[in-house]
Design a protein around this ligand. Structure first.
Ligand code: COA
Length: 243
């Protein structure tokens, strides 16, 4: 358990649970959430007892409705609001975690919400989930990696369409676009995430970590370089088993 205020961090059976916990503001991502998430992500990364993590949103209506617009509006300018958010590189930390991360999504998944989901490896969506990137409509562009992570998950054309038009997509379309792995009922969302997490958690954590790394890093390499990486990490897994 943690003493956080706008997230909840729990650990059970080798699973780390992060709950975005501002349901009255549809779990909008504010500076405090950035700071707390940074600590929770550090714990997930460093704690050997945590083998996989699940991210959820509190309340019935949203996983996360994006950046907190009240902070944007009270900052001297959107640029300064952005800089403040970047003081801690939550997104770099997120993407540096080699343990599997699962996003269990429901309701609104907008802006930073979709970007958090895209930092995860497996995305499950409840039937009521709605995704969108409203940033261009606010005169800004995504700044939590979304311009890079979205087209690496769905096609370039669809990523451009979603970002440029601001059109929202529902769970069914998200499944068709391969933005999510699976759509389930709201009731089944957490149990399904836990089922997947438990399947992962029983495996050798070193093998799991290298398997994640080789797939993700390999996507940004040529096939030849990717195969070299696979061979190198494969040898490391083997030598770690001999100790
Ligand atoms: N930042 C701060 N507060 C937010 C928020 C955000 N991004 N999104 C929702 N909230 C707050 C609302 O202000 C409202 O608070 P209140 O009850 O104190 O008035 C509460 O959450 C519920 O939202 P509400 O707008 O009443 O719900 P709705 O069903 O009418 O609309 C949305 C839901 C998601 C369509 C709407 O809240 C919205 O457009 N939010 C902003 C999305 C956005 O642009 N995010 C930024 C991306 S960069």
């Amino acid at each position: 358990m943690s003493n956080f205020e706008v997230i909840i961090y729990q650990k059970q059976n080798n699973i780390g649970y992060v709950t975005l916990n501002r349901p009255q503001a549809l779990n909008a991502y504010n500076i405090q959430m950035r700071d707390e998430l940074y600590q929770a992500l550090g714990a997930i990364k460093d704690d050997p007892e945590v083998r996989v993590a699940i991210f959820v949103g509190a309340g019935e209506r949203a996983f996360c409705a994006g950046a907190d617009l009240t902070e944007f509006l009270t900052a001297p300018s959107p640029v300064i609001a952005r800089q403040v958010r970047w003081e801690r590189d939550v997104w770099g930390l997120f993407l540096s975690i080699s343990k599997p991360l699962i996003a269990a999504l429901h309701g609104y998944v907008l802006g930073s919400g979709i970007e958090i989901a895209l930092c995860c490896d497996i995305r499950l969506a409840a039937e009521d989930t709605q995704f969108g990137m409203p940033e261009p409509g606010l005169g800004i562009i995504p700044a939590a990696g979304g311009t890079q992570t979205l087209p690496r998950v769905i096609s370039r054309a669809k990523a451009l369409e979603i970002l440029l038009t601001g059109r929202w997509i529902n769970a069914e379309e998200a499944l068709r676009l391969k933005l999510v792995n699976q759509v389930v009922s709201r009731k089944e969302l957490l149990p399904m995430a836990e089922k997947l997490a438990n399947k992962i958690a029983v495996h050798n954590p070193v093998a799991i970590s290298y398997a994640k790394q080789v797939i993700i890093r390999g996507l940004d390499l040529s096939l030849e370089q990717g195969l070299e990486l696979e061979a190198r990490l494969g040898n490391l897994v083997l030598s770690s088993r001999q100790h």
